[in-house]
Design a protein around this ligand. Structure first.
Ligand code: SF4
Length: 327
């Protein structure tokens, strides 16, 4: 049984979910009516806060995400059953591919084209709805092809703030493995499987994602917003650095036979450190922080990441967790 918030706590979460849906509607309208200020608020002020939220606890976002609300509603009303384990593992890879396809597209499309972003958000919402009509609960989207899921898994290993999920009153096992809401500390083990015990994790989907992420982040922040005709060059640069990152990490991991329970948190902390190193100046400017604000943000995030990494490496419960993949 999942530990649920109290009745009044659930009412608060439900209210937050409805506000999330309403804000999404407002966002779609404003992306069309006033694209420039809306894109600025979204990309420069809201989205850069999300990785820090995942560090605190990915369940905060998972409990209010409007796409999760759509997926949950249709999944509970019409979803036909759990996702088969094989389909789930393919879906996880699709989610990672979607993330690697959509983030570079910010440079030549989504950062400056409100209509394109509104259409894409609407299409992803439709995907969440259709996934709910196909699979029970949130098995078809949130726990499967959601492009944010690999990030949630990487940072949900040892949340800084213990929380219980607000969505499932009890577990119907809609998702056969890796549900963050059910057991965040076992998610990584169940996703990577037995290969986590040696350097073989680098050949798993989540392992490839974690190893490629530092280069992917550097690649994104070393490009600038350009026209549609730069799409090929942007993908070549960002994904090229992601491949370099993966190769370097995989070689090191195989040389020292690094286990996933050590390597994954280190890669997660390094990636988020790189992210906030690059994002802090724009974040400080957007929130009109005093001069030197970017360095304060970098220092705060650096200290928080060091704390998170220390706590995560100290925890070993997921190392020995029994997973379906082990059997
Ligand atoms: S596996 Fe259980 S806890 Fe996770 S989403 Fe499905 S029903 Fe909820």
């Amino acid at each position: 049984m999942i530990a649920l918030p109290t009745a009044s706590g659930r009412r608060w979460w439900w209210t937050a979910q409805m506000i999330g849906l309403a804000l999404t509607g407002v966002l779609l309208v404003e992306l069309l009516a006033a694209p420039q200020p809306t894109l600025h608020v979204l990309w420069d002020m809201v989205i850069p806060l999300l990785p820090a939220v995942f560090l605190v606890n990915p369940l905060v976002w998972r409990s209010v995400c409007p796409l999760a609300t759509i997926n949950e509603y249709t999944g509970n009303q019409a979803g036909r059953g759990a996702v088969p384990p094989r389909v789930l593992r393919v879906a996880w890879v699709i989610g990672i591919a979607l993330l690697f396809a959509m983030v570079p597209a910010r440079r030549f499309l989504f950062n400056e084209d409100g209509a394109a972003l509104a259409i894409t958000i609407s299409l992803v919402a439709l995907l969440a709805l259709l996934a709910g009509l196909t699979f029970a609960g949130r098995a078809g989207f949130c726990n499967a092809i959601c492009p944010v899921l690999p990030v949630e898994k990487l940072y949900g290993q040892a949340p800084l703030l213990p929380l219980s999920g607000a969505r499932c009153a009890f577990c119907t096992v809609c998702t056969p493995a890796g549900c963050i809401d059910l057991a965040a500390d076992k998610t990584m083990a169940q996703t990577v499987g037995p290969l986590r015990k040696h350097s073989g994790w680098t050949a798993t989907g989540l392992g490839v994602f974690a190893a490629a992420l530092p280069g992917f982040i550097i690649g994104y922040f070393t490009t600038s917003n350009q026209g549609l005709d730069s799409a090929g060059a942007v993908y070549a640069w960002v994904l090229g650095l992601a491949v370099v990152s993966y190769v370097v990490v995989a070689l090191i991991a195989r040389t020292v036979n690094a286990r996933a329970q050590i390597a994954m948190p280190v890669l997660g902390a390094a990636s988020l450190g790189l992210y906030y190193w690059h994002a802090s100046p724009s974040l400080a400017a957007s929130y009109a922080l005093a001069p030197g604000g970017a360095w304060v943000l970098r220092a705060v995030m650096g200290a928080t990441l060091a704390w998170w990494l220390w706590r995560t490496l100290r925890r070993t419960s997921w190392r020995n967790a029994t997973t379906p993949a082990d059997s």
